[in-house]
Design a protein around this ligand. Structure first.
Ligand SMILES: [Fe+2]
Length: 288
């Protein structure tokens, strides 16, 4: 099975450059023979504030070359708290999660193919202490206990950690420590091979304790170093994942027509124009 992995498309009627990249990604996927596309979240610019952006994403994808399975990101349904006593900037909105499910399907799911079980999770639920979070933990325990020896790929919006599995500091970009430990506990009983995530808008590919962790870059834009710490490669593109009985193959693709947009040139979010002015003034000072 060939799966196209896309993330952080940040679509909205006003986000013309990001919509253009999305169309270019679709054209590329149409040439690959992919069976499925998985979107790892932040489908919209701000579905959390405006649920009609889910409909825009659906209409922009009406002639997509494969079926698409979606996962939610913080910009779609709100965010989880980064750690105990550390509030989320825009907390998960249960009503928006319901609207997301109606528009884009289940927010966590799994399927089996050729000796593999693909397991996906809603990372925005971690640490929210909601009935939805409890239901996802129960579902995950059941899904893994019934695995019957299949190799596992885990897909979710946020990477599990930045530097090492034991990272302690709370951070909006990664799964909180307590929930990360709970995940490692559950996945220790199954042959987890690969974890793929989005959210950071950077590409990174590492192996820890025999498990490969791949961060997918956004299809839409990158954030310059003055706005965001550089951990991986700041590119735009997508991933291609082939799963077969003997193993898997992953590669990163930056196809023709997908622009490497700098967010500072596309002020779709509040504060971007001001950040751009500040960074330009600082670089002028440095150059003087
Ligand atoms: Fe995100």
């Amino acid at each position: 099975m060939r799966i196209a992995l896309v993330t952080d498309s940040h679509l909205s009627p006003a986000a013309t450059a990001f919509n253009d990249n999305w169309r270019a990604v679709g054209r590329y996927i149409g040439t690959t023979g992919a069976d499925l596309t998985v979107h790892l979240g932040d489908i919209t610019v701000d579905g959390a504030a405006d649920a009609s952006q889910f409909d825009h994403a659906n209409s922009l994808s009406h002639d997509w070359p494969t079926p698409i399975r979606y996962l939610p990101g913080n910009h779609d349904i709100g965010d989880n708290p980064p750690g105990p006593g550390v509030p989320a900037k825009h907390l998960l909105d249960p009503k928006r999660l319901e609207e997301y499910r109606v528009a884009l399907g289940s927010d966590y799911w799994s399927f089996d193919i050729e000796g593999w079980r693909v397991v996906s999770l809603n990372a925005q639920l971690f640490g929210t202490d909601t009935a939805d979070e409890d239901a996802q933990w129960s579902w995950l325990a059941e899904t893994l206990s019934g695995n019957a020896g299949r190799q596992i790929v885990l897909m979710l919006h946020k990477p599990l950690f930045q530097s090492t599995p034991g990272d302690v500091a709370p951070h909006i970009r990664y799964v909180p420590l307590a929930q990360r430990r709970q995940l490692f506990g559950l996945f220790s009983a199954v042959p987890l091979k690969l974890v793929v995530s989005g959210h950071t808008h950077q590409y990174l590919d590492r192996i820890f304790d025999g498990v490969r962790h791949v961060w997918l870059p956004s299809t839409a834009f990158y954030l310059p170093d003055g706005m965001q710490e550089r951990v991986g490669e700041k590119v735009t593109g997508l991933g291609m994942l082939d799963l077969h009985a003997d193993g898997y193959h992953f590669h990163l693709v930056c196809p023709e027509g997908v622009q490497r947009n700098n967010i500072l040139d596309h002020p779709i979010y509040p504060g971007i124009a001001e950040t751009r002015a500040r960074l330009m003034a600082e670089s002028l000072v440095r150059a003087a």
